[in-house]
Write a protein that binds this ligand. Structure first.
Ligand code: 13P
Length: 247
């Protein structure tokens, strides 16, 4: 039985005061959560949130990492630097990075490699746009995105977490139905089976307008092993409801 992971992606939101209040409310409300819990915070707040989550069951995550190890890359930060702040997870290839920062499948795969080499679990995001879904290309797109990461990471592939995030469901209030999500998750799992004997224990998260109301249905699907939550992760009661739904 896979232990589920509920990861919040705060995106570019928060402040010192807001982060403190949010983490305090999560700590107070979490009880004995049965699932893994993480918050992926903006880089400037890593040091603050590392302190805030210390001694709790909440793990620290980052939202991106450089594809380079070190050097003249102004504005970037390396996997080793993230490690210095106790980062356990790092999102790579979020659709907002692919779209607004032109990250290619190869760049995403290299970032996953950097994270793994530093002992950080990359949460590799894949997902189709609305146009791609309407053209019947969903499977082809997510398999292509996944194949690049499998190719670059060899046998280490079993150490990653995958997040299926249909682009049309992100921040739109439109959620994939549990059946639509499960179908893609099953495709991804079978692709992983072809790459590693460990595919059955790997986590495949769903992301895209997951909220307090729809979480339990999505999380009830056979191949949905958790959630990557944007908007609803900024509201402690909603995030706590999702954590509870993960059982
Ligand atoms: P929303 O939950 O706001 O749709 O965002 C999903 C997401 O992009 C998480 O990475």
């Amino acid at each position: 039985m896979r232990k589920k992971l509920i990861a919040g992606n705060w995106k570019m939101n928060g402040s010192l005061a807001a982060n403190e209040a949010l983490v305090a409310a999560l700590r107070a409300g979490m009880g004995n959560a049965q699932c893994l819990v993480a918050v992926c915070v903006p880089a400037p707040y890593l040091a603050q949130v590392q302190q805030l989550v210390a001694g709790s069951a909440i793990d620290l995550g980052a939202q991106d990492v450089s594809q380079h190890e070190s050097g003249a890359f102004t504005g970037e930060f390396s996997a080793g630097m993230l490690r210095d702040f106790g980062v356990r997870y790092c999102l790579v290839g979020h659709s907002e990075r692919r779209q607004y920062h032109s990250e290619t499948d190869v760049v995403v795969a290299t970032k996953a490699q950097r994270a793994l080499a530093a002992g950080i679990t990359p949460i590799v995001c894949v997902g189709e746009t609305l146009a791609e879904r309407e053209a019947g290309r969903t499977e082809e797109v997510v398999k292509r995105q996944m194949a690049a990461v499998i190719h670059a990471n060899g046998h280490c592939i079993s150490e990653i977490v995958v997040a299926y995030e249909p682009v049309w469901a992100i921040g739109t209030g439109k959620t994939a139905t549990p059946e639509q999500a499960q179908q893609v998750h099953a495709v991804l799992r079978s692709q992983l089976h072809a790459a590693t004997e460990q595919a059955e224990r790997m986590l495949i998260l769903y992301g895209g307008s997951m909220n307090a109301a729809n979480a339990s249905q999505l999380l009830g699907q056979a191949d949905i092993d958790g959630g990557l939550i944007g908007g609803a992760s900024l509201k402690a009661p909603d995030f706590l409801t999702i954590i509870a739904a993960a059982g």
